[in-house]
Design a protein around this ligand. Structure first.
Ligand code: ADE
Ligand code: ZN
Length: 324
């Protein structure tokens, strides 16, 4: 029953969460006061205010701009890892954005240093393991995404193990981003890209062909093509599904209409994540609950979600073994 699942101590793992998107409205207000910024148009203190995907992306940028120095970024990251561990999470992979940090006045090296310190302290305090995915923003253009890839490829921070791209997938031509992803792949980084959230099957196919990702952020609109689902299953590309995000942003009209079960039945490797939890009024635990309550995932299938996330994690073999 629902209650048994709620009380059950299942170890959780998450592959898809944007660090600035973990800011609570309360923390946003504190940061806004600290820097004397008016954010009354993006939060009422209780929730974030946005009406569609573009407005969400704008609100996200406004909130990200409230984190300016090392201490701000460290606080945000440590606090989120603490919340995750309270939910029973053993592993978290976070999308980080040197581009956002630089826009807010902090150099990429200092930014990564602050985040790494938070991750190390959280591991000491709570035992939670964490890795970082340097993330370019598609609608900032291919040049900035390439700069992010070059940084990721050369920065030598041990906790940076992946490269990804977020932002508006309706912007630009995905083939223009292939060079950036080549740089990241050649550096040995794991590759994930947001695709199939607001664009359909054809765009997902182009993305797979030109970027050769290990994982897809969302990828859920693959459900529109039997052939594509089969291809994703055969290639073993992992889907980072975020049902709560998809419903909040209107990708699907209801939790029942979300294709989590269909994708699994088609043989795709699926995981669940929270994306930007306070923006979408979700948590990682809630995403597991949605799988259980709406899509009938059994205890064994919930355990499999965690195992799949750990198998698909951008982490060294020895650390993976310790978690599995
Ligand atoms: N950046 C933060 N959250 C995102 C999402 N759900 N899609 C694309 N870009 C994002
Ligand atoms: Zn995302």
């Amino acid at each position: 029953t629902e209650n048994e699942l709620l009380n059950w101590q299942l170890p959780l793992a998450e592959l898809h969460c944007h660090i600035d998107g973990t800011t609570s409205p309360a923390l946003a207000l504190r940061q806004a006061r600290k820097y004397n910024v008016d954010i009354s148009d993006v939060t009422n203190g209780d929730q974030f205010l946005w009406g569609n995907f573009s407005q969400f992306l704008d609100a996200y940028d406004r909130i990200a701009a409230l984190f300016r120095d090392e201490a701000d970024h460290k606080l945000l990251t440590f606090d989120y890892l603490k919340q995750l561990s309270e939910q029973g999470t053993i592993y978290s992979e976070l999308f980080i954005s040197p581009c956002h940090a630089e826009q807010s006045g902090l150099g990429a090296e200092h930014y990564v240093e602050a985040l790494s310190t938070a991750a190390i302290e959280a591991k000491e305090a709570f035992g939670i393991e964490c890795r970082f995915i340097v993330t370019g923003v598609r609608h900032y253009g291919a040049e900035k995404v390439t700069a992010a890839a070059k940084f990721a490829a050369t920065c030598k921070a041990p906790l940076i193990t992946g490269f990804g791209m977020a932002g508006d997938e309706r912007f630009g031509d995905i083939r223009d981003y292939a060079a950036a992803f080549d740089i990241a792949r050649d550096a040995g980084l794991g590759i994930t890209v947001h695709s199939g959230e607001f664009a359909g099957a054809e765009e997902i196919e182009r993305t797979i062909d030109s970027l050769r990702p290990d994982r897809l952020g969302h990828g859920v609109r693959a459900v529109e093509s039997e052939r594509l689902m089969k291809g994703i299953a055969e290639q073993g590309i992992v889907l980072e599904c975020c049902p709560g995000s998809n419903i909040a942003l209107g990708v699907f009209p209801s939790f029942e209409a979300h294709p989590l079960r269909l994708l699994k039945d088609a043989g795709c490797r699926i995981t669940v994540s929270s994306d930007d939890p306070p923006f979408f009024k979700t948590t990682l635990k809630r995403e597991y609950e949605i799988a259980a309550e709406t899509h009938g995932f059994t205890e064994a299938e919930l355990v499999e979600l965690t195992r799949e996330a750990l198998c698909a994690a951008f982490i060294d073999a020895r650390s993976r073994e310790r978690l599995l």
